[in-house]
Each structure stands twice: as C-alpha cells, then as structure tokens.
Design a binder for this molecule. Structure first.
Ligand code: ADP
Length: 287
C-alpha cells in the first residue's frame, strides 16, 4: 500500500476574457469546479494504475464530495479527517489563450493534526511506502516516523521549496523532480542529484522523457511522442503510475516505461484528476 500524505483541493476555474489587471473588476464567462491538488492527483493515479493507496489528509465541512470522489476512484479514505478549516481551494482564472493565474488557499491541507498522521502511519505494514508532496504540513515529521517504522519514503518536490526538500532529504528512498525542480535543488544544495544520498532519483523532462539516477547509474527513457493539449497533471500521473507499478512488482525500468506512457496519454487530455487514465487505457494507448 502507498500511504499518500497529500493535498485535497477544490479547483474553481473561471473563464475570463483576459487576466484581470490590478484594480480591475471582471465578469467571468464561465465557472467549473474540479477535484484537484497534487496529493489527490497522485492518489487517483495510483488507484487507476491498479495500485493500493490510502490517502492521509484533511478537508473542511465543504469537502464531503471530494472525499466521496476519491472513494469512488478506489482510494482508501479512512484517514482523511474533517476539520473546521475549509477544504484547500485553487481559484484559477483562464483567459481565451489558455493563459492562467492561480490563487491557492491551503486550508485544511496545512492544518493536518499530528496525532491523526501518526495514527495513520502506525497502521502501516511491512512493504508499505509513504508518499509526500509539498502541499501539506507535517511532511518532515511523517517522513521521520515512516523511516523509523521501516517504510520506504518517496517525495515529489512540488511545489518546490528548498527548505521543505532539505527537511525530508535524509529520510528519502526515492525522489521525483521535474527539470526545473532538479535545477532548483542543485542550486539549493550545491550537489548534483546523484550525490544527494537518495537511492533512486527520477527527473522528468516533459516531451524529452525522464532520467533515472539509481544504484546502477543514469538511465534515460524517451517519452512517447504525442500532440499535447494540456500538460497539467502529467507529473502527478507519472509519479502515481511509477509507484503503483513498483507495488505490483514491476522493475524500475518497466515502471518508468509504463509511467511515461501514462504521462503521454495524460497530456493529450484536458483536465486533471477526472481524466487521469486507467491502466487499461494506458495499455491500449499506441502512442
Ligand atoms: P511536470 O508535470 O511535473 O512538470 P513533466 O512535464 O516532466 O512533469 O511530465 C512528466 C512525464 O509525463 C514526462 O516524464 C513524460 O513521460 C510525460 N510527458 C509530459 N509531457 C509530455 C509530452 N509533451 N509528450 C510526451 N510525454 C510527456
């Protein structure tokens, strides 16, 4: 099982004729509400990829439908708390050219309670893995406890924050970075990814595929060529697919190959958690 300590967001997307200027009041021409957040995307990706995932997180009184959506996607929701804080929100304005501007309110995602997170970890069994991103509180505490319990710890360093990564780095078995995050981490630590002391580092490179820096050195995987229409959620889908594949017993190269196919299929679709592909769709995808 992957224990995913992650965010749950309500994404409210407003269609606007242009991105509003300071002081401007602008009417939106459309409004859509989606389930979002990096944590949510990864939990849904793991479940759709045939893995077992337990989400550790929190929503507010307004978040019942988000938890129901996760449950329907096959995610174990037993450790999602309901707090008084509102559910995390992303207010997204998208103009006619697809340009966007986003206001993120973390809400319940940054109000997780220490005892609840520790209780979730205490239920973990041998072979389980903790997955973290940088959209909740208690990342470092959870990582240390998981390490002490003998769990593998995986971190996706997004949204990038140097202090947040440094706090979990000593506990990590696996680290996912995109190209920009890899550069930021190299700057922040003064060390190349291979020298961080993390057994497996995966650097995703968009249309250029990914590099795996593992015990055997660096291995490159080409992307599947596609016409991208919306790249949101590609990295989250890729990470979720990799972990689910490893859980199902695939080798790291086979897992990364499958994850690359899932990421490529994902960028051919508009949307985020709702359109993360299933394993059957990825297998059927010729690319
Ligand atoms: P992030 O969304 O975190 O920035 P990337 O853009 O690196 O992550 O995408 C993650 C993975 O998704 C890539 O390693 C690749 O396998 C796949 N992917 C992303 N963009 C494309 C693309 N344009 N064509 C094919 N595959 C892609």
């Amino acid at each position: 099982t992957v224990l995913n300590l992650g965010s749950i967001n309500i994404d409210i997307v407003f269609a606007v004729p242009h991105i509003p200027a300071p002081g401007e009041t602008l009417s939106s021409t459309g409004r859509e509400v989606f389930l979002g957040g990096k944590g949510t995307n990864m939990s849904v990706a793991i479940a759709r990829a045939g893995g077992t995932v337990r989400h550790i997180g929190a929503v507010g009184p307004d978040g019942g439908w988000t938890v129901e959506r996760l449950r329907a996607a096959g995610v174990d929701i037993g450790f999602i708390a309901e707090l008084e804080e509102v559910t995390g929100q992303a207010l997204i304005a998208v103009d006619a050219d697809g340009e966007n501007t986003i206001i993120l309110y973390p809400g319940a995602n940054r109000a997780l309670r220490h005892d609840a997170v520790m209780a979730a970890l205490a239920e973990a069994g041998p072979g389980d893995r903790l997955l973290l991103q940088n959209e909740t509180n208690l990342q470092a505490e959870a990582a240390r406890e998981a390490k002490a319990l003998g769990l593998a710890v995986t971190y996706a360093a997004a949204p990038f924050d140097a202090d947040a990564v440094k706090a979990v780095l000593p506990t990590l078995d696996m680290l996912f970075l995109n190209r920009v995050e890899a550069e930021q981490l190299t700057q922040a630590t003064g060390q190349a990814p291979a020298d961080l002391g993390v057994r497996d580092v995966v650097i995703t490179l968009g249309a250029d595929g990914c590099d795996w820096i593992g015990p055997g050195g660096v291995q490159h995987f080409d992307a599947v060529p596609v016409e991208p229409v919306d790249t949101t959620g590609a990295g989250d889908t890729f990470t979720g697919y990799t972990l689910a594949a490893l859980e199902r017993g695939l080798s790291m190269p086979a897992a990364l190959e499958l994850a690359g196919r899932a990421g490529a299929l994902m960028v051919t679709r508009h949307g985020t958690s709702d359109v993360i592909p299933t394993l059957d769709e990825v297998r059927a995808f010729a690319g």
